[in-house]
Design a protein around this ligand. Structure first.
Ligand SMILES: *[C@@H]1O[C@H](CO)[C@@H](O)[C@H](O)[C@H]1NC(C)=O
Ligand SMILES: *[C@@H]1O[C@H](CO)[C@@H](O)[C@H](O)[C@H]1NC(C)=O
Length: 306
């Protein structure tokens, strides 16, 4: 039965052309790093999977890293053109990071964006909020709220993120909201008990799509669900078809060492269907394909009982 469920999921997602939203801590992304060919190649393939990616830890002060990345991405994948929206450099000291959205502009567009006005200095890198259009009648727009927490104040920042969420819902009442990024929400940075006490966990309505047991780290020696995607709103939750950490080393056949040259994090991603499930073209696809797909499964289904 799990195989059948997985098959159906693939059919549903494929048939309805899912929209994929990703968050990736690209670990100290500089021009020098992007300019290395194996790094650039892999980054481009990671970005081409997603309709919107929020890159974090972009530490490029030259301002040339992202244009270089975009140039190669647009050469590699003609389904763009991909465009970008960068925050300013954010941080408390000389160490600063940008959030950068990279998005497939024929499918989605930026309506508004702002850096959260962090008057009480709650965040090391305050969220760079952006409202996007989506190619969906059910969900024509959506607000993204990325955060890369500092490991020293994960709990404080994640509770402050709820305040940002409230600000967003005041700004755009009724909009669905996705909070996402490297929350450092696991292992030594945030013990399970304190995780459970976060406002974003105790309040109703928030779906933590990347679950606590996930591993979003590249190293085989670590197993932590640092990177998360949290959905608020019935429409986005109803359209959710998949949520995963993308194991790019396995998909692209990279050794751990090679992968660590890209990042010590996996990207995390959610897939949203464009339409509500059960639409006509979908049932047609299922009706036409299901019998032939089920036949090869029959012997394995009978296996254990035979
Ligand atoms: C909250 O949202 C409003 C827009 O509705 C914005 O003008 C304001 O600066 C935001 N507050 C903070 C603290 O960012
Ligand atoms: C990682 O990058 C460094 C710097 O470019 C390079 O010297 C090294 O060979 C790379 N390691 C692997 C395993 O690709």
């Amino acid at each position: 039965m799990p195989a059948l469920a997985a098959l159906l999921l693939v059919l549903l997602a494929g048939g309805a052309q899912a929209f994929r939203i990703c968050a990736f801590n690209a670990q100290r992304l500089t021009l020098a790093k992007v300019a290395r060919e194996p790094v650039l190649d892999t980054l481009v393939r990671i970005l081409a999977r997603c309709d919107i990616t929020v890159l974090q830890e972009v530490v490029d002060s030259s301002g040339s890293a992202i244009p270089l990345l975009l140039r190669d991405l647009n050469r590699f994948d003609a389904s763009g053109p991909y465009m970008q929206l960068s925050s300013s450099l954010l941080g408390r000291s000389t160490y600063m990071e940008k959030y950068v959205y990279i998005y497939r502009s024929h499918k989605t567009q930026v309506l508004q964006s702002y850096v959260y006005d962090d008057k009480d200095d709650l965040f090391a890198r305050e969220p760079f909020v952006a409202r996007f259009t989506l190619p969906s009648k059910v969900l024509p727009s959506l607000v993204l709220v990325p955060l890369h927490t500092t490991p020293k104040a994960v709990e404080k920042e994640l509770n402050a993120l709820y305040q940002v969420f409230l600000n967003v819902t005041r700004c755009w009442p009724g909009e669905d909201v996705i909070l996402l990024g490297d929350f450092n929400a696991d292992c030594a940075s945030l013990p399970k008990k304190r995780l459970g006490e976060l406002t974003l966990r105790t309040r109703e309505g928030f779906l933590w799509a990347i679950p606590d047991g996930a591993d979003t780290t590249v190293r085989a020696s670590t197993h932590c669900a640092y990177d998360r995607i949290v959905l608020y709103g019935e429409r986005s939750q109803g359209l959710l078809r998949a949520a995963t950490a993308f194991d790019f080393p396995r998909s692209f056949q990279l050794s751990e060492e090679e992968a660590l040259n890209i990042s010590d994090h996996y990207p995390v991603e959610v897939e949203l269907n464009h339409a509500a499930p059960g639409g006509q073209p979908l049932s047609l696809v299922v009706a036409l394909l299901l019998p032939s797909l089920l036949l090869p499964l029959v012997p394995t289904q009978l296996g254990p009982t035979a």
